[in-house]
Design a protein around this ligand. Sequence first.
Ligand SMILES: Nc1ncnc2c1ncn2[C@@H]1O[C@H](COP(=O)(O)OP(=O)(O)OP(=O)(O)O)[C@@H](O)[C@H]1O
Length: 252
Amino acid sequence: MPALELESVCKRFGALSAIDGVSFAVEPGERVALVGPNGAGKTTLFNLISGELPPDSGTVRLGGRDVTRHTPEKMAREGLGRTFQRNSLFMESTVYENVRLAVQARAGVSFQMLRPITAYSRLGEETERVLELVRLSGRAGVRASELSYGEQRQLELGIALATGPRVLLLDEPTAGMSAQETGEMVAMLKELPGEITLLIVEHDMDVVGALARRILVLNFGRLIADGPLEEVRRNEEVLAAYLGVGEEVRDA
Ligand SMILES: Nc1ncnc2c1ncn2[C@@H]1O[C@H](COP(=O)(O)OP(=O)(O)OP(=O)(O)O)[C@@H](O)[C@H]1O
Protein backbone atom coordinates (compact mmCIF):
# COMPACT_ATOMS: atom_id res chain seq x y z
CA MET A 1 0.00 0.00 0.00
CA PRO A 2 1.42 3.43 -0.92
CA ALA A 3 2.56 5.68 1.94
CA LEU A 4 1.09 8.65 0.07
CA GLU A 5 -1.32 8.69 -2.82
CA LEU A 6 -2.92 11.55 -4.76
CA GLU A 7 -5.75 10.95 -7.16
CA SER A 8 -6.87 13.66 -9.60
CA VAL A 9 -6.18 16.48 -7.15
CA CYS A 10 -7.24 19.94 -8.38
CA LYS A 11 -6.93 23.45 -6.94
CA ARG A 12 -7.95 26.72 -8.58
CA PHE A 13 -7.18 30.26 -7.49
CA GLY A 14 -9.85 32.23 -9.34
CA ALA A 15 -9.22 31.65 -13.04
CA LEU A 16 -5.84 30.00 -12.42
CA SER A 17 -5.60 26.20 -12.32
CA ALA A 18 -2.73 25.99 -9.84
CA ILE A 19 -2.98 22.19 -9.53
CA ASP A 20 -4.70 20.44 -12.40
CA GLY A 21 -5.55 16.76 -11.94
CA VAL A 22 -2.39 15.54 -10.24
CA SER A 23 -2.15 11.80 -9.49
CA PHE A 24 0.80 9.81 -8.15
CA ALA A 25 1.63 7.27 -5.46
CA VAL A 26 4.74 7.04 -3.30
CA GLU A 27 5.73 3.74 -1.68
CA PRO A 28 6.83 3.50 1.97
CA GLY A 29 10.48 4.50 2.35
CA GLU A 30 10.69 5.93 -1.18
CA ARG A 31 12.56 9.22 -1.70
CA VAL A 32 10.99 11.33 -4.44
CA ALA A 33 11.94 14.80 -5.70
CA LEU A 34 9.31 17.27 -6.91
CA VAL A 35 10.72 19.78 -9.39
CA GLY A 36 9.36 22.35 -11.81
CA PRO A 37 9.82 25.97 -12.92
CA ASN A 38 8.86 28.84 -10.61
CA GLY A 39 5.11 29.05 -10.19
CA ALA A 40 4.58 25.46 -11.38
CA GLY A 41 2.54 24.66 -8.27
CA LYS A 42 5.01 22.82 -6.01
CA THR A 43 4.24 24.78 -2.84
CA THR A 44 0.50 24.61 -3.56
CA LEU A 45 0.76 20.84 -3.94
CA PHE A 46 2.56 20.58 -0.59
CA ASN A 47 -0.17 22.73 0.98
CA LEU A 48 -2.84 20.44 -0.45
CA ILE A 49 -1.10 17.34 0.91
CA SER A 50 -0.43 18.77 4.38
CA GLY A 51 -3.94 20.16 4.85
CA GLU A 52 -2.88 23.82 4.69
CA LEU A 53 -5.23 24.19 1.70
CA PRO A 54 -8.33 22.14 0.84
CA PRO A 55 -8.36 20.71 -2.70
CA ASP A 56 -11.36 21.61 -4.90
CA SER A 57 -11.58 17.98 -5.99
CA GLY A 58 -9.59 14.76 -5.87
CA THR A 59 -8.37 12.52 -3.06
CA VAL A 60 -5.32 12.45 -0.80
CA ARG A 61 -4.54 9.15 0.97
CA LEU A 62 -1.97 8.51 3.66
CA GLY A 63 -1.17 4.84 4.24
CA GLY A 64 -4.36 3.99 2.40
CA ARG A 65 -6.58 6.23 4.54
CA ASP A 66 -8.54 9.04 2.93
CA VAL A 67 -7.21 12.23 4.56
CA THR A 68 -8.59 14.74 2.04
CA ARG A 69 -9.49 18.03 3.77
CA HIS A 70 -8.00 17.02 7.12
CA THR A 71 -6.56 19.98 9.06
CA PRO A 72 -2.75 20.25 9.30
CA GLU A 73 -2.98 19.19 12.98
CA LYS A 74 -4.93 16.10 12.07
CA MET A 75 -2.51 15.34 9.21
CA ALA A 76 0.40 15.53 11.66
CA ARG A 77 -1.37 13.03 13.91
CA GLU A 78 -1.84 10.76 10.90
CA GLY A 79 1.94 10.77 10.33
CA LEU A 80 2.52 13.62 7.89
CA GLY A 81 5.41 15.98 8.66
CA ARG A 82 6.69 18.96 6.74
CA THR A 83 9.28 21.69 6.76
CA PHE A 84 8.61 25.20 5.49
CA GLN A 85 10.70 27.70 3.57
CA ARG A 86 9.83 30.23 6.26
CA ASN A 87 11.44 30.07 9.64
CA SER A 88 9.44 28.25 12.28
CA LEU A 89 11.88 28.27 15.21
CA PHE A 90 11.58 29.77 18.69
CA MET A 91 14.67 31.96 18.34
CA GLU A 92 15.08 32.77 22.05
CA SER A 93 14.83 29.11 23.09
CA THR A 94 17.68 26.60 22.99
CA VAL A 95 18.06 23.91 20.36
CA TYR A 96 17.05 21.34 22.99
CA GLU A 97 13.93 23.28 24.01
CA ASN A 98 12.83 23.73 20.40
CA VAL A 99 12.97 19.99 19.73
CA ARG A 100 11.53 19.05 23.11
CA LEU A 101 8.50 21.29 22.61
CA ALA A 102 7.81 19.61 19.28
CA VAL A 103 8.24 16.14 20.82
CA GLN A 104 5.90 17.20 23.63
CA ALA A 105 3.23 18.30 21.20
CA ARG A 106 3.03 14.75 19.90
CA ALA A 107 3.58 13.23 23.34
CA GLY A 108 0.40 14.93 24.53
CA VAL A 109 -1.43 12.28 22.61
CA SER A 110 0.79 9.23 22.49
CA PHE A 111 2.38 9.36 25.98
CA GLN A 112 -0.92 9.99 27.77
CA MET A 113 -1.13 6.42 28.98
CA LEU A 114 2.26 6.49 30.72
CA ARG A 115 3.00 7.40 34.36
CA PRO A 116 4.25 11.03 34.54
CA ILE A 117 7.82 10.06 35.49
CA THR A 118 8.05 7.56 32.60
CA ALA A 119 6.55 10.05 30.20
CA TYR A 120 9.11 12.64 31.37
CA SER A 121 12.14 10.45 30.68
CA ARG A 122 10.65 9.27 27.37
CA LEU A 123 10.39 12.91 26.30
CA GLY A 124 14.07 13.40 27.10
CA GLU A 125 15.09 10.24 25.24
CA GLU A 126 13.05 11.13 22.19
CA THR A 127 14.49 14.67 22.16
CA GLU A 128 18.04 13.26 22.29
CA ARG A 129 17.23 10.83 19.48
CA VAL A 130 15.99 13.62 17.22
CA LEU A 131 18.99 15.83 18.05
CA GLU A 132 21.26 12.99 16.96
CA LEU A 133 19.36 12.51 13.71
CA VAL A 134 19.90 16.16 12.80
CA ARG A 135 23.46 16.22 14.18
CA LEU A 136 22.82 18.93 16.77
CA SER A 137 23.50 16.96 19.98
CA GLY A 138 26.63 19.04 20.55
CA ARG A 139 24.65 22.28 20.17
CA ALA A 140 21.72 21.37 22.45
CA GLY A 141 22.28 24.26 24.90
CA VAL A 142 22.73 26.96 22.25
CA ARG A 143 19.96 29.45 21.50
CA ALA A 144 18.37 29.01 18.08
CA SER A 145 19.21 32.64 17.27
CA GLU A 146 22.91 31.87 17.73
CA LEU A 147 23.00 28.98 15.27
CA SER A 148 24.42 29.34 11.77
CA TYR A 149 21.87 29.43 8.96
CA GLY A 150 22.65 25.81 8.04
CA GLU A 151 22.19 24.70 11.64
CA GLN A 152 18.85 26.52 11.84
CA ARG A 153 17.64 24.51 8.86
CA GLN A 154 18.88 21.31 10.57
CA LEU A 155 16.87 22.30 13.65
CA GLU A 156 13.77 22.88 11.54
CA LEU A 157 14.19 19.38 10.17
CA GLY A 158 14.47 18.14 13.75
CA ILE A 159 11.20 19.84 14.66
CA ALA A 160 9.50 18.13 11.72
CA LEU A 161 11.01 14.77 12.74
CA ALA A 162 9.90 15.24 16.35
CA THR A 163 6.30 14.60 15.35
CA GLY A 164 7.34 11.08 14.26
CA PRO A 165 6.29 11.39 10.61
CA ARG A 166 5.96 8.39 8.30
CA VAL A 167 5.81 10.77 5.34
CA LEU A 168 7.91 13.93 5.38
CA LEU A 169 7.54 16.83 2.93
CA LEU A 170 10.71 18.89 2.61
CA ASP A 171 10.41 22.32 1.02
CA GLU A 172 13.77 23.28 -0.51
CA PRO A 173 15.89 21.84 2.32
CA THR A 174 19.11 23.39 0.97
CA ALA A 175 17.76 26.81 -0.14
CA GLY A 176 20.20 29.61 0.64
CA MET A 177 22.89 27.26 1.91
CA SER A 178 26.61 27.34 1.18
CA ALA A 179 28.12 24.39 -0.70
CA GLN A 180 29.40 22.96 2.58
CA GLU A 181 26.07 23.35 4.37
CA THR A 182 24.31 21.77 1.40
CA GLY A 183 26.66 18.78 1.55
CA GLU A 184 25.95 18.33 5.25
CA MET A 185 22.19 18.58 4.79
CA VAL A 186 22.27 16.04 1.96
CA ALA A 187 24.34 13.62 4.05
CA MET A 188 21.91 14.04 6.92
CA LEU A 189 18.83 13.46 4.78
CA LYS A 190 20.42 10.35 3.25
CA GLU A 191 20.88 8.90 6.72
CA LEU A 192 17.31 9.42 7.91
CA PRO A 193 15.61 6.17 8.96
CA GLY A 194 14.82 4.18 5.81
CA GLU A 195 11.15 3.78 6.69
CA ILE A 196 10.49 7.53 6.44
CA THR A 197 9.03 8.40 3.04
CA LEU A 198 10.42 11.67 1.65
CA LEU A 199 8.92 14.04 -0.90
CA ILE A 200 11.37 16.85 -1.56
CA VAL A 201 10.88 20.12 -3.45
CA GLU A 202 14.34 21.05 -4.68
CA HIS A 203 15.81 23.27 -7.39
CA ASP A 204 19.41 22.07 -7.11
CA MET A 205 19.70 19.09 -9.47
CA ASP A 206 22.85 17.81 -7.74
CA VAL A 207 20.82 17.58 -4.54
CA VAL A 208 17.94 15.95 -6.40
CA GLY A 209 20.32 13.38 -7.91
CA ALA A 210 21.93 12.66 -4.54
CA LEU A 211 18.66 12.15 -2.68
CA ALA A 212 16.05 10.78 -5.03
CA ARG A 213 15.94 8.11 -7.68
CA ARG A 214 12.50 9.19 -8.82
CA ILE A 215 11.58 12.69 -10.02
CA LEU A 216 8.13 14.21 -10.47
CA VAL A 217 8.02 17.26 -12.74
CA LEU A 218 5.23 19.81 -12.38
CA ASN A 219 4.49 22.48 -14.98
CA PHE A 220 1.47 24.80 -14.90
CA GLY A 221 -0.08 22.58 -12.24
CA ARG A 222 0.19 19.39 -14.28
CA LEU A 223 2.51 16.43 -13.74
CA ILE A 224 4.46 16.24 -17.00
CA ALA A 225 7.02 13.58 -16.05
CA ASP A 226 7.51 10.88 -13.43
CA GLY A 227 10.56 8.63 -13.51
CA PRO A 228 14.30 8.28 -12.89
CA LEU A 229 16.38 11.48 -13.25
CA GLU A 230 18.26 10.22 -16.36
CA GLU A 231 14.97 9.52 -18.10
CA VAL A 232 13.25 12.75 -17.00
CA ARG A 233 16.23 14.85 -18.18
CA ARG A 234 15.73 13.62 -21.74
CA ASN A 235 11.97 14.23 -21.72
CA GLU A 236 11.11 16.82 -24.41
CA GLU A 237 8.29 18.38 -22.43
CA VAL A 238 10.54 18.78 -19.40
CA LEU A 239 13.25 20.47 -21.46
CA ALA A 240 10.68 22.82 -22.98
CA ALA A 241 9.27 23.68 -19.54
CA TYR A 242 12.71 24.63 -18.32
CA LEU A 243 13.83 26.62 -21.39
CA GLY A 244 14.34 30.24 -20.46
CA VAL A 245 14.10 29.40 -16.78
CA GLY A 246 17.63 28.00 -16.54
CA GLU A 247 19.49 24.95 -17.63
CA GLU A 248 19.15 23.06 -14.37
CA VAL A 249 17.59 19.91 -15.72
CA ARG A 250 19.67 19.67 -18.87
CA ASP A 251 22.96 20.30 -17.10
CA ALA A 252 22.29 18.03 -14.14
N1 LIG B 1 -3.08 31.87 -2.35
C1 LIG B 1 -2.96 32.07 -3.67
N2 LIG B 1 -3.82 32.87 -4.34
C2 LIG B 1 -3.72 33.06 -5.66
N3 LIG B 1 -2.77 32.51 -6.44
C3 LIG B 1 -1.86 31.70 -5.83
C4 LIG B 1 -1.91 31.44 -4.43
N4 LIG B 1 -0.88 30.60 -4.12
C5 LIG B 1 -0.25 30.36 -5.27
N5 LIG B 1 -0.82 31.01 -6.31
C6 LIG B 1 -0.42 30.91 -7.73
O1 LIG B 1 -0.43 29.55 -8.06
C7 LIG B 1 0.67 29.23 -8.94
C8 LIG B 1 1.51 28.15 -8.30
O2 LIG B 1 2.24 28.72 -7.21
P1 LIG B 1 3.22 27.89 -6.27
O3 LIG B 1 3.73 28.82 -5.23
O4 LIG B 1 2.55 26.66 -5.81
O5 LIG B 1 4.38 27.50 -7.29
P2 LIG B 1 5.83 26.91 -6.96
O6 LIG B 1 6.06 25.84 -7.97
O7 LIG B 1 5.91 26.53 -5.54
O8 LIG B 1 6.77 28.14 -7.27
P3 LIG B 1 8.19 28.56 -6.61
O9 LIG B 1 9.19 27.59 -7.14
O10 LIG B 1 8.37 29.93 -7.14
O11 LIG B 1 8.02 28.49 -5.12
C9 LIG B 1 1.40 30.54 -9.18
O12 LIG B 1 0.94 31.07 -10.37
C10 LIG B 1 1.00 31.40 -7.99
O13 LIG B 1 1.02 32.76 -8.34
